[in-house]
Structure formats: C-alpha cells, structure tokens
Ligand binder design. Structure first.
Ligand SMILES: [Zn+2]
Ligand SMILES: [Zn+2]
Length: 147
C-alpha cells in the first residue's frame, strides 16, 4: 500500500503538517482522470470567476491607435477611450471585461487565465502543472536511457 501511494506521487505528512484535503482531493481526481475532460484536458466546467484582487489590479489604458475593437462587444474603440488591459495585453471596455470576469477567469480572446479565489480550482491547476512536469521528466529520462 505504501508503495502504491509513493508511486502516485503522494508523500507522508511531515511532523506538524496537517493534511490539505483540497489538494489531496484534486490530486486524487486528476490521477483518476475524473476532473479532466478526456479529450481536451480542460476543467470540465466553466472555470470560476477571476479573483477580486486580480480584477481590481487590471491596469487602465487609453486607446491611442485606431482600428482596435473590444473582443466582447465587438465595438470599435475611439482614440482616447479608456479601456482595461489584461496581462495578455488584450484590451476591453471596463464594463465588458468586468462582467465577463465575474463569470469566469480567462481572457475571452486567448484564454489567458487570471488567478481565482476558488481554492479547489487553484489546487487543480497546481496539480495539473505538477503532473505535466512529472510526465516531462519521465520523457526526458526515457530519452536519456534510450538514445
Ligand atoms: Zn466592449
Ligand atoms: Zn488575451
């Protein structure tokens, strides 16, 4: 049994550590492929809203070029319009992007994700990254052994 958990990347808790149930739950579900959509590897529901802090920290920019439009409402910006810029540099009307980010955390144009206040989802993302890294290092190991 101990070997089994070891293999799955679990480790025993050190002294004074308390179990992180959400993290364990996320790890469990990912290892068993329940949380991920089998075909896309995506969170099967719409990801949760962006964190309030991340939304409040989005910088405001002034449009200085013609021809840009807001990907949400598709209206053209006018020069000197104020807009909100996402970390991926996509620019939206404040009202458009703020409404959107209350529904889900990613850029509607390129799906760049903002942090969320949802602990379960954050644990999911962390574990997904960890399991990708694990697979990468296995692949590297495999290559170094067989090439
Ligand atoms: Zn808009
Ligand atoms: Zn974007």
């Amino acid at each position: 049994m101990a070997d089994y958990f070891h293999e799955m990347g679990w480790r025993e808790l050190g002294e004074g550590e308390t179990p992180n149930h959400l993290l364990h739950m996320a790890r469990f579900l990912i290892d068993f492929g329940i949380y991920e959509d089998q075909f896309t590897g995506q969170w099967p529901r719409l990801p949760p809203p962006a964190s309030v802090e991340a939304v409040n920290n989005l910088p405001e920019v002034v449009i200085d070029k013609e021809g840009r439009d807001c990907p949400i409402c598709l209206k053209k910006f006018n020069i000197n319009d104020k807009a909100k810029e996402m970390p991926c540099h996509h620019v939206f009307h404040a009202t458009c992007i703020l409404t959107w980010l209350k529904q889900t955390n990613s850029c509607p144009f390129c799906r760049h994700e903002l942090p969320t206040d949802d602990e379960g989802y954050e644990a999911f993302k962390k574990e997904k990254k960890r399991s990708e890294q694990r697979q990468e290092s296995l692949a590297t190991l495999h290559d170094s052994m067989f090439s």
